[in-house]
Design a protein around this ligand. Sequence first.
Ligand code: ADP
Ligand code: MG
Length: 549
Amino acid sequence: MIIMGEDAQRVKDKDAQEYNIQAARAVANAVRSTLGPKGMDKMLVDSMGDVTITNDGVTILQEMDIDNPTAEMIVEVAETQEDEAGDGTTTAVAIAGELLKNAEDLLEQDIHPTAIIKGFHLASQEARSQINEVAEGVEPGDSEVLQKVAETSMTGKSSELNKDLLAELVVDTVEAVTVEADDGSYVVDLANVNIETQTGRSTAESELLNGAVIDKDPVQDDMPTEFDEADVLLLDEPIEIEETDVDTQVNVESPDQLQQFLDQEEKQLRQKVDKIVDSGADVVFCQKGIDDLAQHYLSKEGILAVRRTKKSDIAFLRDVVGANVVSDLDSLSSEDLGRASVRRDADDELFYVEGLDEETHGVTLLLRGSTDHVVDEIERGVQDALDVVSTTVSDGRVVAGGGAIEVEVARRLRSYAGSVGGREQLAVEAFADALELVPRVLAENAGLDSIDTLVRLREAHQEDEDTRAGLNVFSGDVEDTFEAGVVEPAQAKEQAIASATEAANLVLKIDDIIAADELSTSGDGDDEGGAPGGGMGGMGGMGGMGGAM
Ligand code: ADP
Ligand code: MG
């Protein structure tokens, strides 16, 4: 016997499934109107009144403050997709929702959840292996294709306005940090990319720089700021008097003694600067402070010094100039220094530091825009595109977008379904239908007839070779979307299918919900027996969103 509290509630079997499916579908419905370049944006207002306008699936779901456990599983689909692929979050969530919708129909036909789960699992595996069949190879040097991948990931976002230029920068950036591994595969190390944003100039003036960009001033105006070949010291110790213990008192009894004390301090600073001079350093990037007097000595020695350099900049500079980060001047030797050319952009108050040695690496993407808001948006778009292009380069496979891959895989799944047989066959077919949600929603969001579009797409996909026919949402035509420039990483498509299936199957496995509190907040009380209608109360806010679409 289970003893439950007064507010506790238990929902079983079909009711439990229906309840969960509704909750999950509500989440999927909330994001689907944002899918594709013609998708709409959502305005999210948080409890503090702050407004975010976005059409990014993960952002929307994270801001929505969902407190239904089933719905949260769907949100996790988006988060996994973001982590693994950097794109395709809306697609993954929308497919999960559609899988559950189609599962609901099968449940109504009295097909047992176990058969559906098995069929979905088989279909997911088959779909992924068919994506691999259809996918086309891409190499790091295929800049044209990679640029299409970058552009596709940016469409519909605000980085879109300067899409050509930004996509080119993204591809150049990824290519600059790609190395070939021993086994012939390619490894993209995005840790070697630093993104620096700068307001004031137009986005079109954004650029990719070899090395680091440091947004700091010299500690003294009269220091030299240009070096063709500088020995660079990276220091994470202050160039200041070493603090005496807080409790120590210095008793000064005569002016002489005071002078002596001050001389002592001066000497200490002089010694620190001498150590820097002796090492041969021309430039010092210090992570901590630099005493005024030390600044003066350094300037007299013709050394460029920068203080309070960001820790992340010091870490990046280490790779760029090939230096050790020194934390104790006493142990400093010339071995610790790196080599770089240093330039000053006086207008922007930036230092450009470019490494001179072979084995050094690191590039900086300097993104510009008129205002903070603009550069932030651009940075987000570029960051996503960097993830997508680097995934593509290391994975080496791309597919045509605009629903092309989904329609092709759905067709192949339908012919595979026959070999599965039994009730699972129905689940495989339902899975194929769910994939076609992508072109249907792309059409819908572009104001096109979704049924008509799907019919035209299926017609164009009759043979195994017709893999690239997709919907161009701008013209409304069904065409070779790969040629038209809508190209996506195969890995993101596989990941979207894998995580959508996993979430749908998790939801389907649940046949009993035991809740400590009432599931319903709809106010009708218990008279509906906690059935799905009332159970959706927890999603009240989202119901509102759904209605707004
Ligand atoms: P996601 O969060 O899933 O990445 P998006 O809003 O970025 O969602 O939309 C991605 C979908 O839009 C993909 O299916 C992609 O193929 C499609 N897409 C992108 N550009 C075009 C285009 N010009 N025409 C048709 N479909 C496009
Ligand atoms: Mg996208």
